[in-house]
Design a binder for this molecule. Structure first.
Ligand SMILES: *Cc1c(COP(=O)(O)O)cnc(C)c1O
Length: 455
């Protein structure tokens, strides 16, 4: 039987989806709306358009159109690196001696090294179309900033990136890639913004967080004519753009009549997972098929599994709209020795609602287990995975081992979101045996959760 399905299932260029798929159209319980922190009322399109590009605001608020056409300019850019390969992990299956059939969708085949380019190019396109001068953003590990700087270079837009300080220091090469593509990069929190100065005064010596960097980027966008803020995860529009991952994966599996039993993805803000599962979740929501869907998050930043489903700020400076999501509190800053990415305190509102309604599961993994899985995978399948992606690898390997015990021939699909070439400081720590597994205590989480805004 092996051999019938190739190691890599490639699609043709013409199979790049013509439309993105919007899961919200098929959800009975829609994700809760973003609220204006001043009034407590849902954010209107007019209010949002002060921060975000007009067309992206429309996508953010669109709960009715299941399919939204991908503009030709974006499809043309996608053609340079898509369709991305869907790989049958024959070598991993053999090494694990499992009856499970394992597939992964690899999004690391572009210079930015991750799936984030799928949304970056869309967001840059709409900014250009609106006649803007440029965009501002935050970046954590650096993948989003890299992807956005590539997209801005392509459309000739200015790009200002606030990079979480710990990553700025640990990943000088990421910073240089961004500068090479023409972006300016500022470590966050910085003295260049009002909110940055406030955070530095309250937390001297902080290594930063995505929440801080978001606050700074939003401040700069709203204080500069011709600029808007763009975000690389969490938002509905980003999940929409990332649906290209799931649509391609499903088309590739359909070519061979394969139906996954479970779909596994790492969860930071939820964009790759939301994108990978999109068409499968659509079938599940419409009652056409069933799949087990598993979100994997770090034990050190466990939004789904130990957070609270409540309205919260997306940023530390509390200037962004409130989102109803699984959150650890916008004040929560993961331990600085947490090296595996996925540092955001909250989660996509769409995935939060789906999780709340029982359409998906979530689990945590410890960072040393993540790196053990990463190296195991690298040595067998050849790809050096990003630490974030390795959360999904770790869970997929666990599930494949369970299949070995039970003899079940489950089909597992997981998202391999990126490469780990810029994460070698983390790999070095792991190889030196210097990596530990800091897990926040209940008391620590309770402290930041107690500060959630009262709505
Ligand atoms: C950003 C990133 C993630 C996590 O972000 P999501 O929005 O949760 O997808 C995962 N893997 C890689 C490689 C990333 O760059």
């Amino acid at each position: 039987m092996a051999g019938e399905i190739p190691y890599k299932i490639y699609l043709d260029e013409k199979d790049i989806p013509a439309s993105w798929y919007n899961m919200r159209a098929d959800m009975k319980n829609k994700p809760a709306p973003l609220l204006n922190p001043g009034t407590g009322q849902p954010m209107t399109a007019a209010e949002l358009s002060g921060v975000f590009c007009d067309e992206l605001v429309k996508q953010e608020l669109n709960e009715t159109d299941a399919y939204i056409a991908i503009p030709q300019d974006i499809r043309d850019f996608y053609k340079m690196y898509r369709p991305s390969p869907l790989v049958r992990a024959y070598c991993l299956e053999k090494k694990l001696d499992t009856p499970a059939k394992i597939y992964y969708k690899f999004e690391g085949n572009n210079t930015s090294g991750s799936h984030k380019l799928n949304s970056a190019i869309a967001q840059a396109y709409y900014a250009k179309k609106q006649g803007l001068k440029g965009v501002t953003t935050e970046t954590g590990a650096g993948q989003w900033g890299t992807a956005l700087s590539m997209a801005c270079a392509y459309f000739d837009l200015d790009c200002k990136v606030f990079m979480v300080k710990v990553s700025y220091e640990q990943k000088p090469f990421r910073r240089e890639v961004m500068r090479t593509y023409g972006a300016s990069v500022t470590p966050s929190p910085s003295e260049t913004t009002e909110v940055g100065r406030k955070i530095l005064a309250a937390h001297p010596g902080t290594t930063g967080s995505l929440g801080c960097a978001i606050s700074e980027a939003v401040e700069v966008a709203t204080h500069n004519e011709g600029y808007r803020y763009v975000l690389g995860s969490v938002l509905n529009q980003v999940l929409l753009h990332q649906s290209v991952i799931g649509l391609e994966a499903k088309a590739a599996l359909d070519k061979y009549g394969v139906k996954p039993d479970m779909i596994i993805g790492c969860a930071g803000g939820g964009s790759n997972l939301g994108g990978l599962i999109a068409p499968f979740m659509g079938e599940k929501l419409r009652g056409e098929a069933d799949y087990r869907i598993i979100a994997v998050e770090p034990a050190s930043c466990p939004s789904f599994t130990r957070g609270k489903y409540a309205y919260d700020f997306c940023d530390t400076g509390m200037i962004c709209p409130l989102a109803k999501m699984y959150t650890l509190g916008s004040d929560f800053i993961p331990a600085p020795n947490h090296a595996g990415g996925l540092r955001f305190h909250g989660m996509s509102t769409t995935l939060s609602q789906l999780y709340h309604d029982g359409f998906m599961e979530a689990r945590t993994v410890k960072q040393t287990d993540v790196f053990e899985a990463a190296e195991y995978f690298a040595r067998i399948e050849g790809i050096l995975p990003a630490p974030e992606s390795s959360h999904a690898i770790c869970a997929a390997i666990d599930e494949a081992k369970k299949c070995k015990e039970t003899g079940e021939e489950k089909t597992i699909l997981f998202g391999l979101t990126g490469t780990g070439y810029f994460d070698l400081v983390a790999y070095e720590k792991y190889n030196n045996g210097e990596m530990d597994d800091y897990i926040p205590t209940d008391a620590e989480l309770a402290e930041s959760i107690a500060k959630l805004p009262r709505i």
